[in-house]
Design a protein around this ligand. Structure first.
Ligand code: SF4
Length: 354
């Protein structure tokens, strides 16, 4: 009974906060077009709002409808996505747009289950689209929501454990204001982002404070609990910018790894830092460059932080003495490579090498 009362207070106070005090401005707030909601949600996965906003506006301008996006060439869309990272999102976005255009006559699906069938759409995004576009009663559950719920209800079960996931999903659905699911989902997302923040939550001005278990027990900073600590790995990328007759060797990354569908130069990857001499002595370099080549310049110290890994990169620009195209690579005119989509670390290099 007490738990049900607490749940009711939570929803009521959260909606009150939203109505009276939520001043967070987002360009897609109140948006009812499922295509635009979907686009904003996919862009915002693993991307900060400030960074995502610019991309969202660019995409909407260039592809105002799902049909326009579906008809766009892959390379053009990837180029527009360049810099956002997590390129599988872009690949899935295109694939889903084409499914909608061809199999659904360009009509965005209107049911939660059919939205969930779209490539790259998980329960969170499906709930966001279903609630924002159609006001269907599906609660969004993500890190923000889990944090708010874990703190308010004082739950110390790991949010990433099987038991925790089931419990938080059920609780999120239970506290959802089913009549106003669009407003409620927006409220809890904004509340998690601006008041009950991961670091330094604003408990002193929080309307939920009187009922918040974590606050009352003084364990705010201990919640939520996570089971797994993600191990971060380091990778060292030595890019050989191999030039022959004003052309550069490039390839599109196709393996199931980071930066799928983006372009890169000849890559020699190692698990630790190497001196340029060690790279020249490697079999891969010798096969590529042979005995005669000219080193034009070496730029080192590039770094890109991804969620679970850190990429360290060096670029060795060489002039090849004779033409050699390794399998899977092609020669591209130097002047034309700016039209291709590259990972951010290579764009940083191109900028510096200018
Ligand atoms: Fe979050 Fe603090 Fe409010 Fe509790 S009192 S809901 S911990 S901001």
């Amino acid at each position: 009974m007490k738990k049900a009362q607490n749940a009711a207070s939570f929803t009521q106070i959260l909606m009150l906060w939203h109505d009276k005090y939520n001043i967070r401005i987002m360009p897609w707030k109140g948006e009812k077009d499922p295509y635009k909601i979907w686009l904003s949600e996919i862009i915002l996965q693993q991307t900060r709002v400030e960074q995502g906003l610019e991309y969202f506006l660019r995409f909407i301008k260039k592809y105002p409808t799902v049909k326009k996006l579906a008809a766009a060439p892959d390379n053009e869309v990837f180029k527009l996505w360049e810099g956002l990272g997590y390129y599988s999102r872009c690949k899935n976005l295109l694939s889903a747009a084409r499914t909608i255009a061809t199999e659904m006559k360009g009509q965005f699906p209107e049911q939660y289950e059919s939205i969930l069938q779209l490539k790259g759409v998980g329960p969170y995004t499906a709930a966001a689209i279903a609630s924002f576009a159609y006001n269907l009663p599906y609660a969004v559950v993500d890190g923000n929501v889990n944090r708010v719920l874990a703190r308010f209800f004082g739950i110390d079960i790991a949010i990433d454990s099987t038991k925790g996931k089931a419990l938080f999903n059920e609780l999120a659905q239970q506290v959802l204001d089913k009549e106003r699911s669009a407003l409620y989902n927006q409220a809890i997302m904004d509340f998690g982002a601006t008041v009950c923040k991961p670091q330094l939550p604003l408990c002193n001005i929080c309307l939920l404070q009187k009922h918040c278990k974590a606050f009352l027990k003084n364990v705010v900073n201990e919640l939520p609990v996570k089971e797994k600590k993600i191990a971060k790995k380091h990778r060292w990328f030595y890019y050989i910018v191999a030039e022959y007759n004003n052309k550069l060797l490039i390839r599109k990354r196709t393996a199931k790894d980071i930066w799928q569908n983006l372009h890169e130069f000849v890559l020699i990857e190692t698990s630790s830092h190497q001196q340029p001499g060690e790279i020249y002595a490697s079999a891969a370099f010798k096969i590529l460059a042979g005995e005669k080549y000219t080193v034009l310049n070496i730029l080192e110290g590039f770094k890109q932080q991804l969620t679970h890994q850190t990429i360290h990169a060096s670029f060795i620009h060489i002039k090849m003495n004779k033409k050699y195209i390794p399998e899977g690579m092609e020669m591209a005119e130097k002047a034309a490579i700016s039209k291709l989509a590259f990972p951010r670390i290579i764009n940083d290099y191109l900028e510096k090498a200018k």
